[in-house]
Design a protein around this ligand. Structure first.
Ligand code: COA
Ligand code: AMP
Length: 629
């Protein structure tokens, strides 16, 4: 059965299609139907079934006699270590951790923040929460204490699970002091913290509040899996929106399990027992879905990789990991491949390893540029699949479903919509445009299982951000077009979100930080094209009259401030002082025009511009920074 048939089947009978997919999941009480639309335009899936995500990801494989199968491989070129955990070991470790959390009062529905680097314990913490029906919220390690504090106040965790430290090449990330700082900043205080002490840096534990990961498990009863409803939130994952206040994307348990499990065979062409590697981080949605839940639920081996594509120790690391662990499918961000390609343009290091086991490479997180795709196709000799998705959807909106049918590749396009996604390109008035015309990309409601039902504690924001603009549709925030064969092309964001090294960041959030600098009167942050990272943030600062400090000093302080408030992941290093910002007559900053100047693109003088001369000043300031490149 080919792609068109499967897609049409899901469209004609969504309930039948997803109920069939749901048979691959273990339910305590099977759902009576798939879609629950009584509260439209808010939709839910499998609401009246009960299940447990940890059971599906771990225990059921042990029960089925696969306890000796490797569940997790930890490969850390930074600590020069490799470690394997079988499914039965994983079950025991997770049950014990869950038991200890329960003994301290963590129950179904409680929130637990997880702030950990790429160690298997991060997955164990996620799974232990799922085992209890507690709702985890993983925070990426590259965020600063302030970002962690914002998330603590928003989801109000009973407990925070953290590691003592993370390891970046040449630098120890001091998680524990960051955690302490965040708790101090936040209004909400967790009842207790659990700290996984790494030998590279042992952290101070606060008497009475902090417990040692191993010590607090002593003597506790392991916990069994707690059945939860299909619409019980399994996790909250914060992602960047247009302001500094991140959006708490909720994932419901039933649809999450069903959809992810479906993708493993149909999209990634995997079989249980094979090795899947998503070279991302558990702090991102790719990590949630494809380092943790999907490969484990499907019974694959997953790799937790603590390293970088280059420099740990070299641009051959990816190929070494593929060889050593017999990886069948690699999933990474184009930026990682660009980093490899820059250091090893001929792909000479690939020849040092036997990567015959690799059957496909999937790319996501940002637009995959044709050069990178062609390089990877040439050097690796396997299908290279660009696929498009978002934190909100949790899985792929458009891709090339290798497990169903390998469709012809069109470079520059992430191919076609996955079953359940009715993707339309709309004009400003919400009308579908002709093939080939650019417009806002929207998905006709309902979205398929596994996608966000709403935002944590922010239904009004959910409606405003995603549903109100185009009634009856989910607004993706991306712009692009569809060709005559139904292939999608994702061209740009329609909001203030930028994508730096596959990391989603808010320029609005950075502007809020810059505006808090005492010498900054006004500012704008844009994303400029970058050969390695796709985009880089660039700040324009207008200073208060009478400021005593030099422009260089203010710029340096602003760079430091963004790192302190948002974190190193913002990669905010470029900023300049200007006299004025270009604006429309109604006062809207012309960020798009500034981007075009920085990227050296042709642009039309905006008809509504207040003072065209300001664009010359901006052009000069950019020239001094070396832009356009
Ligand atoms: N914890 C703490 N700090 C982190 C971090 C983490 N988990 N991840 C990144 N950082 C820091 C980096 O150390 C760097 O700090 P620095 O300014 O002191 O050098 C900063 O955040 C920016 O990181 P990044 O943009 O990732 O750049 P990099 O120079 O470290 O690495 C690449 C460049 C291309 C190798 C890297 O970005 C990469 O591998 N990207 C892949 C992205 C990815 O997998 N995205 C997930 C979506 S699928
Ligand atoms: P995130 O929520 O961090 O996964 O980021 C989602 C955003 O990244 C999308 O809305 C797109 O802007 C961009 N993105 C992700 N994958 C792709 C892709 N394959 N092609 C183009 N853009 C992508």
């Amino acid at each position: 059965m080919g792609y068109s048939h499967v897609y049409a089947e899901a469209k004609a009978d969504p309930d039948g299609f997803w109920m069939k997919a749901a048979e691959a999941i273990d339910w305590v009480t099977p759902p009576s139907k798939a879609l629950f639309d009584d509260n439209a335009p808010l939709y839910e899936w499998f609401s009246d079934g009960t299940l447990n995500a940890c059971w599906n990801a771990v225990d059921r494989h042990v029960e089925a006699g696969h306890g000796e199968r490797i569940a997790i491989i930890h490969d850390s070129p930074i600590t020069h270590s490799k470690h394997e955990i079988t499914y039965s070991e994983l079950r025991d470790r997770v049950a014990s951790l869950a038991g200890a959390l329960r003994a301290k009062g963590v129950e179904k529905g409680d929130r637990v923040i997880i702030y950990m680097p790429m160690v298997p314990e991060a997955l164990e913490a996620m799974l232990a929460c799922s085992r209890l029906g507690a709702i985890h919220s993983v925070v990426f390690g590259g965020f600063a204490a302030n970002e962690l504090a914002v998330r603590i106040d928003d989801c109000q965790p009973k407990c925070i699970i953290a590691a003592s430290c993370g390891l970046e090449p040449g630098r120890v990330v001091h998680y524990k002091p960051l955690l302490d700082g965040a708790i101090e900043m936040a209004d909400h205080k967790p009842e207790f913290c659990v700290i996984f002490q790494r030998e590279q840096e042992v952290a101070h534990l606060e008497e009475g509040r902090d417990f040692d990961w191993h010590g607090f498990q002593y003597g506790v009863e392991p916990a069994d899996c707690v059945p939860v409803e299909g619409n019980h939130p399994q996790y909250i994952l914060y992602t960047s929106g247009t302001t500094g206040q991140p959006k708490g994307v909720i994932r419901h348990t039933g649809g999450h399990m069903v959809a992810l499990n479906w993708t493993m065979r149909n999209l990634y062409d995997m079989n249980p027992g094979e090795v899947f590697w998503a070279a991302s981080d558990v702090g991102w949605v790719v990590g949630h879905s494809y380092i943790c839940y999907a490969p484990l639920t499907f019974g694959c081996t997953t790799i937790v990789f603590e390293g970088k594509p280059v420099g740990t120790p070299d641009a051959g690391t990816f190929w070494r990991v593929i060889q050593d662990h017999k990886v069948k499918c690699l999933f990474t961000a184009p930026t990682a491949l660009r980093a490899v390609k820059r250091e090893d343009p001929q792909g000479a290091l690939i020849g040092d390893y036997d990567i015959g086991c690799l059957e496909s490479l999937f790319l996501a997180g940002e637009r995959a540029d044709p050069d990178t795709i062609i390089w990877a196709q040439d050097k690796l000799g396997v299908p290279v699949v660009d696929h498009w998705w978002q934190t909100e959807t949790g899985w792929c909106i458009a891709g090339n479903p290798l497990g169903i049918e390998k469709l012809p590749v069109k470079i520059g396009s992430p191919s076609v919509p996955m079953p359940g996604y009715d993707v339309q390109i709309l004009d400003e008035g919400g009308h579908p445009v002709k093939d080939g015309d650019l417009g806002a990309i929207a998905v006709k409601l309902p979205l398929p299982p596994g996608t966000l039902p709403t935002l944590w504690n922010a239904e009004a924001r959910f409606r405003k951000s995603y549903l109100d603009h185009f009634p009856g549709y989910y607004e993706t925030g991306d712009a692009g077009y569809k060709d005559e064969d139904g292939y999608l092309y994702i061209m740009a964001r329609t909001d203030d979100v930028i994508n730096v090294a596959g990391h989603r960041l808010s320029t609005g959030g950075m502007e809020e930080v810059l505006a808090s600098h005492p010498d900054v009167a006004e500012c704008a942050v844009i994303g400029v094209a970058d050969q390695l990272k796709g985009q880089m943030p660039m700040g324009f600062l207008c200073l208060n009259a009478g400021t005593q400090k030099s422009a260089e000093d203010v710029v340096a302080e602003c760079v430091k401030l963004v790192r302190e408030k948002i974190g190193p992941v913002a990669a905010f290093k470029l900023a300049t002082v200007v006299q004025r910002l270009p604006k429309t007559r109604s006062g809207k900053i012309l960020r798009g025009t500034m981007v075009n100047i920085a990227d050296g693109k042709e642009y039309k003088m905006p008809a509504t511009i207040d003072d065209p001369a300001i664009l010359d000043e901006i052009t000069e300031a950019l020239k001094e920074l070396g832009y356009p490149k």
